[in-house]
Design a protein around this ligand. Sequence first.
Ligand SMILES: NC(=O)C1=CN([C@@H]2O[C@H](COP(=O)(O)OP(=O)(O)OC[C@H]3O[C@@H](n4cnc5c(N)ncnc54)[C@H](OP(=O)(O)O)[C@@H]3O)[C@@H](O)[C@H]2O)C=CC1
Ligand SMILES: O=C1O[C@H](COP(=O)(O)O)[C@@H](O)[C@H](O)[C@H]1O
Length: 501
Amino acid sequence: MKQENTPPTLIMIFGATGDLAKRKLFPSLYQLFLKGSLSRRFALLGVGRREWTNDQFKEHVRDSLKASGHSQEQVESFIEHCVYQSHDVSDSNSYIQLKELANELDHKFDLEGNRIFYLAMAPEFFGTITDHLKLDGLTDTNGFTRLVIEKPFGHDLRSASKLNEQIRESFSEDEIYRIDHYLGKEMVQNIEVIRFANALFEPLWNNRFISNIQITSSETLGVEERGRYYEKSGALRDMVQNHMLQMVALLAMEPPINLSTDEIRSEKVRAFRSMRPIEGEEVDKYFVRGQYGAGEINGEAVNGYRDGDNVDDHSNTETFVSGKIMFDNFRWAGVPFYIRTGKRMSVKSTKIVVQFKDIPMNLYYNKEHSLDPNLLVIHIQPDEGITLHLNAKKTNQGVNTTPVQLSYSASSIDGINTPEAYEKLLYDCILGDATNFTHWDEVKLSWSFVDKISDYWEAVRESSFPNYQSGTMGPEKSDELLAEEGFQWWAIGEIDGNKES
Ligand SMILES: NC(=O)C1=CN([C@@H]2O[C@H](COP(=O)(O)OP(=O)(O)OC[C@H]3O[C@@H](n4cnc5c(N)ncnc54)[C@H](OP(=O)(O)O)[C@@H]3O)[C@@H](O)[C@H]2O)C=CC1
Ligand SMILES: O=C1O[C@H](COP(=O)(O)O)[C@@H](O)[C@H](O)[C@H]1O
């Protein structure tokens, strides 16, 4: 993370008593504070429904920082900047009180009127809050005002457009920071650098040299307590519309003419525009949906999705998606981008595997061992780094070949733990850098792509659900999707680069 002086800021978190604030936002702000990346002129104004006192809130924040293992003194100097206000989202009086408190904090910490409004609440409140922020004068300051908005940004294109129109009444596009936390991950940010800073890759980054690209983000956890939300969302809306398509766009986009927010976003938008739309029965050819049944994770028996709380016994909701995305443009014509994501799979891992085409003639043919294709593996999580899979001569074995791997592990070489995604994104927002947040045009195009698939899936029930066992890598059809074109998923567990069996 670059170290620059950040401006004084009031960070107002709506939903400050919730899970996201406790697990991610407070610890991330604290890390910025410890690193000196947060101006000492800052205040954190927590807003929640429950009637807490300031002391109760401070205790809550303290509790959220326990795992960070720093001295009491440091924690207390952070806590001094924290204040709480109980609030009713639809009541103007609540906003008037908030405004008075914000003005007091401005004065006390000399914040120059700079305000970040972070909406860490259920999306149905987003529009109401932004309306009130403007109507009740909270955005009326001499400093900057920025709106950070959590996912999901709408449920489909129609609702996302409606929400967008509503928040645009109060904030301009360049004041809106739509969070996609994958864009804050170190190795997702590294995709552009790997591509555009290496003479080795960019000339090969096209359909003449790449046979297919695979992006997997698998989880071992199930839907847990989120059944109510997930039943309406499913993996397509929860992961594909945002995180998966953002990674696809970063891999597929053309080089921007410079690294400005506008140029990068406009190349991503062009990539989204060249994605082939898939609709109607074609969806069955390009996409596979899955729902987990009972099974075993790490030796422990686990229930199926339909046994979870707030889940319909006959649910048609997908907990797994794999798909083939095609780009109809010069660079990528004919190269499938395979994506795969799901709950209750065998491993928690996010990896990108770029498979290069075979060489035109194999001089080292050997009937026991065929030459492996070259792979570039980008490890997003839990490990962070890259591995290049090559073939080399087997020592003392004539001209037999053996696969070798050149690896770079970000944590072991750089020697530091990379910052949590939210830490980086909050820092960028304070600095006013929106590059790693999604522009409305990206959101609009990704919903338009996803809506066609969800329309079909909602109209045509999947009779085979549940169709994969917990603890596996998804339904068989997902393997068939690649096998049809002579490919297979590369393993994304610890021994990466092996084919999945
Ligand atoms: N948790 C996570 O890991 C992630 C969450 N998100 C997104 O972040 C947002 C928040 O999620 P999460 O923290 O899990 O949600 P929680 O349910 O844990 O928290 C909801 C918050 O909203 C407040 N709230 C609810 N109703 C009202 C109301 N009528 N008036 C005022 N405040 C109200 C609650 O206050 P009170 O507690 O006082 O009732 C609480 O602070 C969601 O959009 C979610 O999709 C995105 C990615 C990951
Ligand atoms: O946005 C979401 O992401 C998480 C997965 O995030 P990761 O950083 O752990 O890979 C997912 O569990 C959740 O369902 C989804 O809403």
